[in-house]
Structure formats: C-alpha cells, structure tokens
Write a protein that binds this ligand. Structure first.
Ligand SMILES: [Zn+2]
Length: 235
C-alpha cells in the first residue's frame, strides 16, 4: 500500500503521537484514571524510533512498567505482568492499570512502507527491523521454529507470528505490523483476563501501530477501551 492510499483509507483514525497520548489520557481521566492512581505499562519495540511514546507516557502517567520486546511483542510473561499489576497505586480501594501496546512501521520520504533514514546514516533502514528479518525468512522459506538461545526474542516473534501467517505467504512490513499488533493484543488480553479482577481493579488497553515519518511519529489506533467498575467503555 502507498502512503497516499494509506492516508485515504485511515484518514479518520490517524493521530500525531503526542496528541494521541493527550487524547488517551484525557479520555481515561473521564473514567477516573489519573497519574496519581494508575500505573502505565508499555509494550513497544526496542527500536529508538519507538521511544518517544514511552517518554510521553512517562511524562503523562509517571514512569511506566516496561513489558517491551522486539517488534512490540511482550515476553515479560505472567511474572512480568503480575509485577506490573502489583506496583499499582491503591486509591479508594481500587487499582488501575493502563496498557499501551504498539507494533510499528516506518514510512520514508517517498512514502515507502517499512523504510526510513536514520540520523548519520546514508543507507535505508528497515523498521520494524525484527519483522524485516522475519519477512526475509518467510521469503526464503526458512520456517524453522526452534529457539536460538542467542536470539531468543526473534525466535519467539517468529514462532508466535507464524501461527498467524498462511504458509507460503510473505506479508509486507505494514501487513506484518498489523499481524504483530493483533498478536500482542490477543496475548495481552488473555493474560489480563486471567490476572485482573475487574471487581477490584480498572484497566484500559490501547493498541495500534506506531508510524514513523520523517516529520514525526503517528499512531494508528486499532483498539482503545477501558473497563471501569466492571463496565467496558469503547473509545
Ligand atoms: Zn522494531
């Protein structure tokens, strides 16, 4: 997909990243979430292009618990998530958690998905780089699913996302970003369901795709809801 067509298709639902963080904070404020009573948890890729989001979440919500791994997947597991939950403030007898979970893709000056220029480098750089490695493996038919102890996170990305990809397909980096977003959301929701008691705690899940453009980062939100006092609110 070209960036022009992308903007046409998603124009109603794309936000400048900084404005999106404000928007989510203000919307959740209306349901009683605030920096004083909530712990934020972030799952984004390790790529430095992704880190402005973590920085803005820290500024808005206070320092976040980091669940992040390559490609925005989270391998912190039950132990990591339980640690995050147990660090929440307990205000008025309730705990509150807000999760930001994002995959990512770059779009370069020519509007090509999956590529960007990085400061001080002349070559084109892929983003997400981990998904680009997966794409190369798919193109070559390298679909082994063993854990390489020296490349654990990529092994896990590959194992998990191969469950979502039709054998023989080689999705482009935007499609892979959509697939990894869906996977991290699904996995997080499964953990949330088993670990969060909504009679005692409120939470919000915000998930989508970070889009890196030369001028700034954008967010394409694909999920944004909260559960407060046991009631689900979709935004
Ligand atoms: Zn990445």
């Amino acid at each position: 997909m070209s960036f022009k067509n992308f903007l046409k298709e998603y124009s109603d639902n794309i936000h400048i990243e900084a404005e999106f963080i404000d928007l989510t904070y203000n919307a959740l404020n209306g349901l009683g979430f605030s920096a004083d009573n909530t712990i934020a948890c972030v799952s984004i890729c390790r790529d430095e292009l992704c880190q402005p989001l973590a920085h803005m979440v820290n500024e808005k919500w206070g320092y976040a618990f980091i669940l992040s791994s390559l490609a925005g997947m989270s391998w912190a597991g039950k132990t990591g998530l339980l640690a995050a939950l147990s660090h929440s403030p307990q205000i008025d007898g309730r705990e509150r958690y807000v999760f930001y979970a994002m995959s990512h893709v770059a779009v370069d000056e020519e509007g090509r998905f999956g590529y960007c220029k990085r400061p001080g480098r002349q070559d084109q750089s892929p983003a997400c780089g981990a998904l680009d490695v997966l794409r190369e493996h798919l193109a070559k038919g390298q679909i082994d699913q063993e854990i390489d102890i020296f490349d654990i996170e990529l092994s896990l990305v590959k194992m998990r996302l191969l469950e979502e990809i039709t054998p023989g397909d080689t999705p482009d980096l935007f499609e892979l970003a959509k697939i990894s977003q869906k996977a991290v959301q699904t996995d997080l929701e499964r953990s949330i369901k088993s670990l969060i008691d909504t009679s005692k705690s409120d939470y919000a899940l915000i998930s989508g795709i970070q889009i890196h453009r030369p001028e700034t980062n954008y967010i394409l939100p694909l999920t944004f809801y909260a559960v407060a006092n046991g009631v689900k609110f979709d935004f």
